[in-house]
Each structure stands twice: as C-alpha cells, then as structure tokens.
Design a protein around this ligand. Structure first.
Ligand SMILES: Cc1ncc(COP(=O)(O)O)c(C=O)c1O
Length: 376
C-alpha cells in the first residue's frame, strides 16, 4: 500500500483521538523504522517509550514465536510455567520489598490496580497526586492524572477524593497528606509533562511523609522504568523503595503488558475477585517480558542508557548554548527533553522529512525516548 492509502483507510475507520504523523510504518529493527515506501527513519519516539530493547530484537522475536507455537491463551485461573518464571524474574529485578505482582495489559490498568490495592490496604478514602502528573486515561487513572484538558470532559465520572499538589514541593505534599490519605502517587521523573526532574530530596521526603502518616507511596515507573533513566528503576537513583510500583510500556517489548508490583501485605489486601483481567499474564506477553528482562541484563541497557544519555545530554546542552530558541534541556539517561520558546509542530514535521521521528510534550517541548539499543 502507499502512504496515502494507509492514512486514508485509518482516518476513515479509527476513532480520531491521536495527534498523528503522516508516516505509515512497515518495519523496524533496533532504533530504525522503515515506512511502506522504504523510507528510513531514526526512531527517537520509541513507540512512546515502549521500544526499550529496540524493534524486533532477535531474542524477543524468537521468544514470541516459540510461545505462539505452543500456547497463546491461558487465563490466570489456570497456572502456566512461562508466567511463573516471568513473575519470579520480574520480582527479583524489582526494588527491595516488592514481592507480588498483578499482571495486566497496559499502564492505565496497572494504575487502576494500584489504586484498588491502596484502598483495600488502608481503607482510607483520599489520594494525593501531583500537578503535571500523568498516570493514564481510564477513569480511575484519569482521576489521578493532572492535565485538565484530559479531565474536564469526564469530570462528573472521576474519583472525588483526589488532591493535586505541585510536583517537587515537599511542603505542599506535607499539607495534603493526612490520616485519611491512602496513597501518594508520583512519577519519579514526570514524562508527559516534558521530562521534569524532582529536587534531590523529593522522593525520599515523600517516602518519609507517607511512612509518618500511614499512607502508601505508589511510584509510577511506566515511562521511567526498565533501564530508561540509567538505573533499572528511576526511584533507585534516590534510594527510595515504594510500597506499590506500576510498570508497563517496554515490559513485554511491544506485546501489551502492564504490572502492579507491591509489598506482600499490601498485595494480600486485594481479595479474590476484587480485580481481574482476562488477558492478565497472557503467555505470549509473559514469554516476551521474560526475554526483555534477560536482554536488559545481558546487554546492560541501564548502563548503556547512562553512557549514551550523557552524550545526548551534552549534545543538547551545546545546542542550547548556540541557539537562543532553546529555553532548557533536561533529562536523565535516555529520557530527554528540549524545551523551546515556540510551538514545536513544525520541527516535528521537518524532522520527519530528514528521517527523524521525535516526540513532543505539550506545545513547546521536544521529548526523546529512543530505544536503549540505539547506536551513538
Ligand atoms: C507515567 C505513565 N503512567 C501511565 C501511563 C499510561 O499508560 P498506557 O498508555 O499504557 O495506559 C503512561 C503512558 O504514557 C505514562 O507515561
């Protein structure tokens, strides 16, 4: 098919809820994509941060093929060897204290499970989230997502007891968290808001605050996890151990998968039937995730993200020194952003013409979430 035919068909039939680039992608390898007409692109979008191990990593492809030939359906009401092995691998790779996982198919679903766990465990009724925070768009997850543009049309359906406090501000967090707070939910580095890093004492401060009030700390590592920032989990940069951690995006290398990891006693508070998913722990997704976790370790992708991130960051810094239109550059590992003084839409389109697919955050921020296997 030609690009315009693909665009024509999709535009006719797909619900129009995405900002779209005029590219019809046909194939990918590592950090390279090819469109239906054979044009080549460097992928700095990485499927919105999904392509941690790159496109079609041979080990991942092999694991998916192998599993697809054996078993593709296994509801969690039946046991499965591949799922059992993945669970063990995932929890061994998790921050200390997280001992159980709920498996699902997306980031938003992982957040939904986290909210239910926090409610069940504490039996309290309030959640505190951050301004600029993004946790997904299902009704529960949307309730703790900040952007009023996403929230406003659905306001009457959202959870009522959610308070938003400025990201990075411990004093305001202290005022909001009280004896009725079930949890504080936070991204270690805000992604959708344009790669915003917190002050160094922030996550530790939140940990202490939650401990002192008996609230749970939910860390959303959906965008920052799996080596992206130069550590396996971004919260490890600040030596913080969450009570609940949400993971998704690159977990199964592109096969849809999310996970909510929790401390044993927190996870146990969810009772049979409280929260389930037909696709949770699907064998193909589990086989893929198992391969992804192996690849991350074998190829030391967190280390690679650290090294390449430094080069990337220095390059962006040099550009900033040269061009006044760059207001700020920031990031950690291979999670980077460049904030401009104007709308970046033209830059996104011009980059496409030069074979570069880049992401944006809001109107004036370019965001870079390349595969961690990208070559320098
Ligand atoms: C930090 C964070 N949480 C949650 C989500 C929602 O994930 P999903 O789109 O898989 O529902 C995202 C997606 O971008 C995210 O970046």
């Amino acid at each position: 098919m030609k690009t315009e035919d693909v665009i024509g068909l999709e535009s006719r039939y797909l619900v129009d809820v995405y900002f779209r680039y005029p590219v019809a992608v046909a194939r990918g390898e590592g950090a390279t994509l090819w469109d239906v007409e054979g044009r080549e692109y460097i992928d700095l979008m990485g499927g919105y941060g999904v392509a941690v191990v790159g496109h079609c990593h041979p080990k991942l492809v092999e694991a998916v093929k192998h599993q697809a030939e054996r078993l593709m359906i296994c509801h969690p009401s039946l046991y499965n060897e591949v799922r059992a092995q993945l669970l063990e691998k995932l929890l061994k790779a998790a921050p200390k204290g997280l001992e159980k996982a709920y498996l699902c198919s997306s980031g938003a679903e992982a957040v939904e499970a986290a909210i239910k766990m926090a409610r069940r465990y504490t039996e309290r009724s309030k959640i505190v989230s951050t301004m600029g925070g993004f946790h997904g768009k299902t009704i529960g997850a949307l309730s703790v997502t900040w952007n009023p543009r996403y929230r406003r049309p659905f306001q009457p359906l959202l959870l009522k007891n959610v308070e938003f406090v400025p990201y990075g501000n411990l004093e305001r967090a202290e005022k909001a968290v009280d004896e009725d707070t079930m949890a504080f939910i936070v991204e270690p580095i805000q992604g959708e808001s344009g790669v915003k890093l917190p002050p160094d004492d922030y996550l530790r401060g939140l940990r202490e605050l939650c401990d002192s009030k008996g609230a749970l700390l939910i860390v959303d590592e959906i965008q920052t996890g799996l080596g992206r920032t130069g550590a396996m989990w971004a919260c490890q940069h600040w030596n913080v151990e969450p009570d609940i951690m949400c993971v998704a995006k690159g977990l199964a290398g592109g096969v849809p998968m999310g996970a909510t990891l929790a401390r044993d006693e927190v996870a146990r508070s969810l009772k049979r039937g409280d929260h389930t998913s037909t696709f949770g722990g699907n064998p193909v997704a589990c086989a893929a995730a198992s391969a992804v976790l192996d690849i991350i370790v074998e190829e030391d992708l967190p280390g690679r993200a650290r090294r390449l991130g430094k080069v990337f960051g220095e390059g962006l810094e040099r550009l900033k020194q040269k061009h006044r239109c760059l207001r700020e550059v920031r990031g950690l590992g291979l999670m980077r952003a460049a904030e401009l003084r104007f709308d970046v839409k033209n830059i996104l389109m011009k980059s496409l013409e030069r074979g570069l697919i880049t992401l944006y955050s809001g109107r004036n921020i370019l965001r870079f979430l390349p595969p961690l296997v990208i070559r320098s």
